[in-house]
Design a protein around this ligand. Sequence first.
Ligand code: ASP
Length: 354
Amino acid sequence: MQDSSPKRKILVLATGGTIVCSETDSGLKPHYTVEKLLEVLKPATKRHVVRGKTVMNIDSSNMTPRNWLVIAQAIEEEYNSYDGFVITHGTDTMAYTASALSYLLEHLNKPVILTGSQYSLIDSRTDAVQNLNDALLFACEELRGVFIAFDGKLINGTRAIKTKTRSYDAFNSVNFPVVAVVKHNRIHYNRSVFRLFSRPDIQETEDNPPALKVCREIEDNIIVIKLFPGLNPSIFDYLGKQVKGIIIEGYGIGGVSSGILDLSSKVRQLTDAGLAVVVTTQCLEEGVDFNIYEVGKLLPLDKIIYAKDMNTEAIVPKLMWALARGKNPAEVKSLFETAVNGDIQDHPETYYYF
Ligand code: ASP
């Protein structure tokens, strides 16, 4: 699979983040442009053609859904000129952007690898050199899809979560195996998930792959509510009038309050009114099943949107994407519940883990 010849053409798209930060009087702030990142990759340019473009230069806390569309468009503009793409990005919202691009870039048939670092590239402790070089290594592979390359791991973009604020191993792959690891500059793939991401050999396929289609619209008028003991359901009367979609993070395998603070009935009112309501769990692993407890069964199970074992970082952009595309609540639900790039898995027993 590892292919060092012929030369690959890779585009690095810089968007900001710690990786390009410098110290200012007001704190760390993105400063360096893509040229500085290309200096780090200079040794690799003997083997590959690496070009760069600064798309934006922001702390990823300031990333918005409109920015996701700008990044998707930057890929679209250069799609036919490059074999793969590296996107440098702040770590704080990188998992949201990786998921968003997984939905916005339909029929993506090349690798799009997001990376960044916990320490700026000018910091002596920096992890930028390793992460950038790993990202480049993966961008040169016969892969398709959006991924995060970080601390020697390649993570499916729809399954990544930032779990650590300081350590080098900032990201975890949740409910899905790490797709590959890099050891001594060699890639080792997890074969149980590899087929989902390997680019079909053009010689072996009868038809040309469908062309990249970039979604240009997103409905960002949604909200995430984390359930806690004591949450007053009347807040949903207000929210129901303000937003197009609500994501409720309930408890455990699918618990939503139905006692004195009756949220289940409120959810029924909202779905009857045509609002998109995703009910998920605060537990990171193993997903939901609303058919086990009474507190799950009382939900309007034919109306709510199921996120199964997805994480919130993927649920948010997927709901925004589905709301922009779906013409009615049933279509939004169907779009959302259809698996995209391994974001939902009905048969996790088919995976093995490194
Ligand atoms: N605040 C930074 C950002 O997300 C953190 C980082 O890049 O690690 O842009």
